[in-house]
Design a binder for this molecule. Sequence first.
Ligand SMILES: C[C@H](N)C(=O)N[C@@H](CCC(=O)O)C(=O)O
Ligand SMILES: [Mg+2]
Length: 365
Amino acid sequence: MRITHIELGVSRVPLKLPFRTALRSVDQVEDVIVRLHTDSGHVGYGAAPPTAAITGDTLDSIVAAIRQHIAPHLIGGEVAELDQLTALIREAVPGNPSAKAAMDIAVHDLWGQWQGAPLYRLFGGSHPRLRTDLTISVGEVSAMVEQSLHAVGRGYRALKLKLGKDPALDIRRVLAIHEAVGDRATLRLDANQGWSAEQAVQVLQAVEHAGVQPELLEQPVPANDIDGLCHVTARVQTPVVADESVFDANDAIEVIRRRAADIINIKLMKAGGISGALRIADLAAAHGVGCMIGCMLEGAVGVTAAAHVAAARPEVITKIDLDGPALCRYNPVDGGAIFREAEIDLTDGPGLGIRDIRDVERLDY
Ligand SMILES: C[C@H](N)C(=O)N[C@@H](CCC(=O)O)C(=O)O
Ligand SMILES: [Mg+2]
């Protein structure tokens, strides 16, 4: 099976509620969609959301990186040679992790179809069901409480609270939500780089002293402030998760070596796809460090790929934040993982199991 040509498009899906973090605010999910065509008629799917605030990748930069730098290396490539293809993608151009992720996912999808089995099984996994948390956007305390109660009513047992840049208000947000949901859901806090190290320690100590034990604290300080991350991790009881501080395996080694965080949040869009994500998971496992798998604000193609990675490495990836499709008004993907609120089920479809994607605006290649 050889790759013959590449088709690019854009998928846009409105959100149920605006998505607001300390970094950005958006009303729709936008994904660059990749279709890799082959001489056998099989099509491999990949996707990348432009999340410039985190990865630096924009829609234009993703499309340009694929068109000008990555795609030319893949045309004519043999799908059976997975490692060769993923190395070509990785080495095609520096940076551009989201463009690489979209292509790496599509190549894996084809390889799984060629093997005739779902990716998670090909990578050694056996349990096709995952449970995700749900993100509660940062906002008014009363709105966050109401959305948290609604989420618990829909079956979510973990809530990821987006916090902001106002530590005193953030403490009130956490305490009010804890008061409302009690032990029906664990609370995952994500400051998205919004605090200084001192502020993070103050917020967490205030919350902990009030008798609230969050399940975890994600990225309290700016991505490049590894000293700050070490400072927080050493001073709070709550496990600290490195998200924006860890893109790839090299970043993971640094965080593990310096004990800068207790957990690593793996995202395909930071790691350059499935191969980079598995590399981090295997590295973390070798060092006894646990992982979370997360997503950007993205649709079902990328999140299905991330779900396969999680199902392939359940011993090390124990925390799941794959709520992109649950935040959307509808899912335009036919096939792929089945998203039913907190539950995500992988199917036996080969590769990612995707059959088609509706409403993709075609970009001329
Ligand atoms: C959507 C997911 N739950 C999430 O919060 N992901 C990121 C932010 C992604 C974005 O801004 O698109 C995170 O910080 O964990
Ligand atoms: Mg995060």
